[in-house]
Design a protein around this ligand. Sequence first.
Ligand SMILES: Nc1nc2c(ncn2[C@@H]2O[C@H](COP(=O)(O)OP(=O)(O)OP(=O)(O)OP(=O)(O)OC[C@H]3O[C@@H](n4cnc5c(=O)[nH]c(N)nc54)[C@H](O)[C@@H]3O)[C@@H](O)[C@H]2O)c(=O)[nH]1
Length: 161
Amino acid sequence: MTSTQRRKCQWEMALRACGFIVFRRLVGCFPPPDKIEFLLLQTSYGKHHWTPPKGHVDPGEDDLTTALRETKEEAGLGAEHLRVIDGFIHELHYEVRGKPKEVLYRLAELRDPGTAVTLSNEHQDYRWAKLEEACTLAQHEDMQETLRAAHRHVQAQQDKQ
Ligand SMILES: Nc1nc2c(ncn2[C@@H]2O[C@H](COP(=O)(O)OP(=O)(O)OP(=O)(O)OP(=O)(O)OC[C@H]3O[C@@H](n4cnc5c(=O)[nH]c(N)nc54)[C@H](O)[C@@H]3O)[C@@H](O)[C@H]2O)c(=O)[nH]1
């Protein structure tokens, strides 16, 4: 299937995308109370909006495979770089050009916080952002709530340790 056929097929189906809220924990700098930073990517097209790595589900692909593929394609981070966090899945529903779209986000920690991010031509910039900056970049309320929920989830896990 050519990329044009793939894109047409995706538009004919319900829009569905999957991705990862990728976070890293800063190490070695004391005290900052909040060491959690989220990865956001800025598109090189359209409104240049910021989102975590994610993208459309290919025909026959399962959600986790899509999330891993897109994170590799868009940020250069593969399964070997990530620790997928159990118990966190957030599904967002919004409209894109009049069509309903659903986006499913899982949560993953960057194992080595020093790992470099490598962008594809779909994005022009990236940021490792603390929660409030990430919410400002993300703009959309549903994404902001997802980031806050991810932050709560990571902190709750930390508190248990
Ligand atoms: N030239 C050009 N080309 C485009 C354009 N558009 C796509 N391409 C091509 O498609 C490829 C991307 O393919 P994938 O990577 O597989 O797909 P995704 O990762 O899914 O990426 P998208 O950008 O399609 O979709 P969203 O991020 O969902 O943004 C769509 C709208 O929704 C808003 N929005 C975003 N997030 C949230 C949220 O959390 N909450 C709420 N409420 N709203 C949100 C956002 O502000 C925006 O207005 C590119 O390579 C291009 O070739 C475009 O405008 N111009």
